[in-house]
Design a protein around this ligand. Structure first.
Ligand code: ADP
Ligand code: ZN
Length: 528
């Protein structure tokens, strides 16, 4: 790069210009780099795309010795190292994909002082020979990338990360910098304590990604809703579509391809070669859509991802925010679009009930779903709510669906009472369990086979809810769930009362609901 650097500029700035070819530091990069260059420990919390890599790469180049980077992203190490080598940085990696000779070569380079950066998979550090190798060289710093992987109940937990706390004991004088895009207070605290980073300085960047437009819609025919969105707003754009299951990944990718959109599947059940090839194509070619489970995406640096869509409710806001953060790293307008429905909540509750771990763990998972639900059903700015979850105060963003088309609120107290009274009536029928479908049929006065079978047409509540359409009732159920005024249980999503249901039934509590936007009837033009 032919940028002029004044002679009095710091070493860090010179490296930024000469090696990376950038004009200036972004956000708190400079502060972080200076702190680490001076030998301090750091915990860096920056959103995806914020520029975390330079925070350890530059100190590694400025300080004497080799910067050791611990990263779980084995599949990306080759690419990362190639990219650095293209800039003239002497980088190498050690992981399980290499054969003996390849490893020997990197080890020799390390010992000869011919490396600036050495990327390591965390499990390498559990191998005594690796530790001995490191002890024979000079280490400038340890960078622990994706540091939230040490958080035991987090969504990306890697047991090998727990062993990283030993780094400090073996190399007390080598600075450590832990980096993550996961933002909650609880995760920060857990990272600091598990990695023994009590004395580290914390650098917390704003997590706002103003160029990403957040939108959440209620799900009726998700594949078709997705197709409509892509055709209307994202023709020819690259993007990621997340689905919960491998089967729906396959089906959705097929559906998009049939409808003229170039899409590739990605999930852990695919052959690793196919996975690697699809990932490589997504990174290199323009305008591909990756349909994936959450197995895809960590560490992917593709600046022009124009949309991230979720066809199922994510398990937590932390996961959701990281996934959507993969859109628009280049700062250009991008879309984060989520379709969710009652069935998602039922499914998640079922998964939590059947999950391993103790009661406290299940409670935590439930709390995560509740926070997700609250975001979906809010009438306030989505971004304000998201950032608030991550401890950041902000004002109405003007670039989310609720800011752009403020949902109308209405007094749903009577409607909620009707629904809850129906649930109460059904509860009295011992042994039988009924979900939202049956409740809605009763409210609407529908004589379905199941309604007749259980004599539900004889209930006093039969037909008392004719003022709302079926979709509106479904929305009411979701909102009551989000407000904690009702709950779902078991495999069939049985509706049950909560501690606060009684306040609504007894008239001590008013319920405010958001109105479902009218669905524009869209022409059916897709192939199925
Ligand atoms: P993160 O790891 O936080 O997700 P990266 O380190 O991959 O983010 O950086 C995101 C993008 O921003 C990369 O393409 C990187 O080259 C670019 N970038 C980082 N810092 C700067 C800077 N100071 N000036 C210009 N571009 C930068
Ligand atoms: Zn907003």
């Amino acid at each position: 790069p032919d940028l002029d650097t004044p002679p009095e500029a710091s070493d860090a700035l010179r490296v930024l210009h000469r090696v990376f070819g950038y004009d200036s530091f972004r956000g708190s990069q400079q502060e972080i780099i200076e702190h680490v260059v001076a030998g301090g420990d750091a915990l860096v919390l920056m959103p995806t795309g914020g520029g975390k890599s330079l925070c350890y790469q530059i100190p590694a180049l400025v300080r004497k010795g080799v910067g050791v980077v611990v990263s779980p992203l084995i599949a990306l190490m080759q690419d990362q190292v190639d990219a650095l080598r293209a800039l003239g940085v002497r980088a190498g990696f050690l992981n399980s994909t290499q054969d003996f000779d390849e490893r020997r070569l990197v080890e020799a380079e390390f010992l000869a002082g011919e490396l600036d950066l050495l990327y390591l998979a965390p499990e390498r550090l559990r191998v005594e020979s690796t530790v001995r190798l490191l002890e024979r060289g000079t280490i400038s710093l340890f960078a622990i990338d994706e540091a939230h992987c040490v958080a035991q109940w987090g969504h990306d937990f890697r047991p090998d990360y727990l062993a990283l706390s030993a780094l400090h004991e073996r190399w007390p004088d080598v600075p450590r910098i832990a980096l993550t895009a996961t933002a909650t207070e609880a995760t920060h605290a857990e990272i600091a304590s598990r990695l023994k980073l009590q004395d580290a300085r914390h650098f917390v960047a704003s997590f706002d990604r103003p160029n990403i437009q957040y939108r959440i819609v209620s799900k009726d025919d998700p594949k078709r809703q997705l197709l409509t969105l892509l055709r209307a707003e994202h023709g020819g754009d690259a993007g990621i579509v997340y689905c919960l299951s491998r089967a729906s990944v396959e089906k959705t990718a097929e559906f998009l391809v049939k409808n003229g959109i170039e899409a590739l599947p990605y999930h852990a059940g695919l052959d690793s070669r196919v996975r690697a090839e699809n990932q490589a194509r997504f990174l290199r070619e323009d305008g591909l859509v990756m349909v994936a489970t959450i197995a895809f995406g960590m560490g992917i640096d593709k600046p022009d991802v124009r949309f991230v869509c979720h066809l199922d409710l994510p398990k937590s806001l932390e996961g959701y925010y990281q996934e959507t953060g993969r859109a628009g790293r280049d700062g250009m307008p991008s879309t984060a679009w989520l379709a969710y429905g009652l069935q998602d909540v039922v499914q998640q509750r079922k998964m939590i009930e059947g999950s391993e771990g103790d009661e406290a763990h299940r409670r935590r998972l439930s709390a995560h779903v509740d926070a997700m639900l609250a975001l979906c059903e809010t009438v306030e700015c989505r971004r304000v709510q998201l950032l608030a979850y991550f401890g950041e105060e902000s004002t109405k963003c003007g670039n989310c669906d609720t800011c752009l088309t403020p949902p109308e609120s209405w007094d749903g107290t009577v409607v909620a009472q009707k629904l809850l009274s129906t649930v109460v009536r059904l509860k009295r029928e011992r042994g039988q369990k009924f979900g939202a479908g049956q409740v809605t049929d009763i409210l609407l006065g529908r004589k379905t086979a199941k309604v007749i079978q259980f004599d539900h047409d004889a209930l006093s509540v039969f037909g008392i809810g004719a003022e709302l359409r079926e979709a509106e009732w479904r929305s009411v159920v979701r909102q009551l769930l989000a407000q904690g005024l009702i709950a779902v249980e078991g495999d069939y999503g049985t509706l049950v009362l909560t501690e606060t249901s009684g306040e609504v039934l007894g008239g001590q509590r008013a319920v405010s609901l958001r109105r479902e936007p009218e669905k524009k009837p869209a022409a059916r033009t897709e192939k199925t």
